[in-house]
Design a protein around this ligand. Sequence first.
Ligand SMILES: Nc1ncnc2c1ncn2[C@@H]1O[C@H](COP(=O)(O)OP(=O)(O)OP(=O)(O)O)[C@@H](O)[C@H]1O
Length: 240
Amino acid sequence: MKKDVIVASSLCVRFNNQTVLDDVSFCVGEGEVFALLGGNGAGKSTTLKTLLGTVSPASGNASVQGLSVNKAIDNIRRKVAYLPESVMLYGHLTGQENIKYFLSLANVARSDSEIRQAFSRVALQEKAWHQPMSNYSKGMRQKTAIALALLRDAPILFLDEPTSGLDPNAIDEFNQLITALAAEGTTVFMVTHDVYGACQVAHRIGLLDNGKIVGMFERGEQSNIDTEEVHSAFSARHKR
Ligand SMILES: Nc1ncnc2c1ncn2[C@@H]1O[C@H](COP(=O)(O)OP(=O)(O)OP(=O)(O)O)[C@@H](O)[C@H]1O
């Protein structure tokens, strides 16, 4: 039985009397990839923001590694690497300079050789390491952000629409990296509207619609989650 790393219990969020999350519960075990899947306005970003402590639930609670987001958000943020849909790094600095700068902000000391190892681990091409990040594609920026997470020893990744805007090769590479990191024990929570991508990498998918979890899909011992099944459940919700 895997230890639960992220637990959301009956989260309710309201904005201006509108219920945006309604009794949302799920848990993510250590080394699992959990995808929260939903259409526009379903409440995915709000769930992510609640886990990051930037939105407070009206009721219910969430915890990360046993720490409540209401009480210990600073500790949680040290354990989590958050990749927004557009990874923001400094365009005029190289990949390596960005890494050094953000590590220094986090008070983490790493040698050049450790940084090179992290870049190799995420398969960032060597010729890019010393180029300004303004030349990087979205996939390369994501790899740099994941390298930074590895160097920070962050055991948990939060990903917001990680595959939007990536070409098919970059998506495959990204999915392989996430799968490998999870196999090594990293816990991954992602929000996405990409049914196919979610089925490829996730151990579990929660389908969110209008602020409610309306379906939960789980990978079998040897097989990925069935894309057809999730696709039908997803589109049935959007035909109403
Ligand atoms: N700060 C806010 N104030 C008022 N309403 C908000 C706020 N943030 C989100 N909402 C509303 O909450 C609902 C859910 O929004 P949310 O951004 O969580 O959805 P989403 O699933 O991430 O959508 P998308 O895929 O379009 O990004 C929407 O109806 C949105 O308009």
